[in-house]
Design a protein around this ligand. Sequence first.
Ligand code: ACM
Length: 526
Amino acid sequence: MKSTIVISLAACWLATTALAAPELAIIPQPQNIERAEGVFKLTPDLVIATDKVSKDTGKFLAERLRPATGYKIKTTSRKNPDQTLPGSVIILTTENASTNLGAEGYELSVTPGAVTIYAPTQAGLFYGAQTLLQLLPPEIFSAKVVKDFNWEIPGVKISDAPRFAWRGMLLDVSRHFFTKQEVEKTLDTMALYKLNTLHWHLVDDHGWRIEIKKYPKLTSVGAWRPGVGFGFPSNSTTAYRKDGLYGGYYTQKDIREVVAYAQKLHISIVPEIEMPGHSLAALKAYPQFGSGPGPFEIPLKAGVNRGIYSPGKPETFEFLQNVLTEVFGLFPGKYIHIGGDEVPRGTWTNDVASQALMKREGLKTQNELQSWFTRRMEKFINSRGKTLIGWSEIRQGGLAPNAALMDWIGGGRDAASTGHDVVMASTKYTYFNEYQSRDKKSEPLSSGAFVPLRNAYAFEPVPASLAPEFHGRILGAQGNLWTEFIPNQKIAEYMTYPRQLALAEVVWSPKETRDYEGFLRRLKVN
Ligand code: ACM
């Protein structure tokens, strides 16, 4: 693990493990842990043995163990589940794994003789390997060899599976552009804490970040703005082009590489292409798809969001469908996020084409017009085998029939009780761009609200008033990192951790085992 954040968290673990040996510093807390006698020691002759299908996961673990130990760890395929191997062995296998563990669960047993991880799937084995890394002393995350170190893993038997299937993080790369390497670093840490969904907020008013071959101006024009803006000094970031414009974008090759990198970490990426609002960067490049005459300038401030697409123009749909067709070719996952939040729908009152459309379709309100727009996009999205997800506001004129809802300001309970899937991303608990401390003066500038670690940990994704038969509709939750006030990776990490670890426990661990004091001990002192 290259992340310095992880290394410093790991250093905290070390300090406490020495003092309070009995508590294991695993985050998120596994479902069941039983301590066992003795310890397993990693030795230079260590072998990772897998069944045939688990070879890559074995190699992943070997790669993670190699830098700090310096051992030339070999991976080998076992001929059958009973084959014994000499020396120090870690076994990863899908053979004889209980299918009750589900799509992501695992069992991990550590005895003085061997470490064995069983799981019915590679995702499960991968999470077992992540737990194993956390059972080792935190020096295991060092990028350099730690000499003459005693690599001991305490005896333990763990069985574990996640509470929710959607365990996510949103990364806004529109307000601040993060490089491909920075995005990959974000993914590394997500995987360590068993998060499995990156919601990649690729476009917004402030920048369009994904190459679309059919519309090159989206990036040649829409990816660049005159400065970092938002009141930041220009040296707060490095994302400048030679001519001094601020921004950046991912080529389709970059996107494919990030998607492949994420797949190896069992993370699926949900791209977000905002519509019909938050679209100024696209409209600066292609004003003909906007409501009203423009100009649609890329703003340098937060909260400026007046330019929106015109649903009244057939060419708007042609444009958006062509964009999504390229997006679908890059992201193999099930979901496409179409945004839909904070649309300044009043703008449509002055849009002749949209007014004509409303008359033709018998739409009485601007809310209904947005709903009509979303339903039309949904038909296209479903016809390509994908599922539409959008923010709370897409419900307001009536939710599209197959849509999933991402609840940031409500609507999740009602959507779930009418049979829609829901992901929770509540502003009060999961907005990691908000202040962590009341002492704002000593914190980096933020948008003003207060979301301390305690709130992040206290989050309950299933609304209290949701009838039990609909609980399964709550797919999970995610933390959001909006970047109006985040001009670089260092501040992004400062805002993300440790709140992301609290979220990881919210979405993975059983509700009954949640314990804030215990979490803090595992976080800081263990
Ligand atoms: C949002 O925070 N506007 C979804």
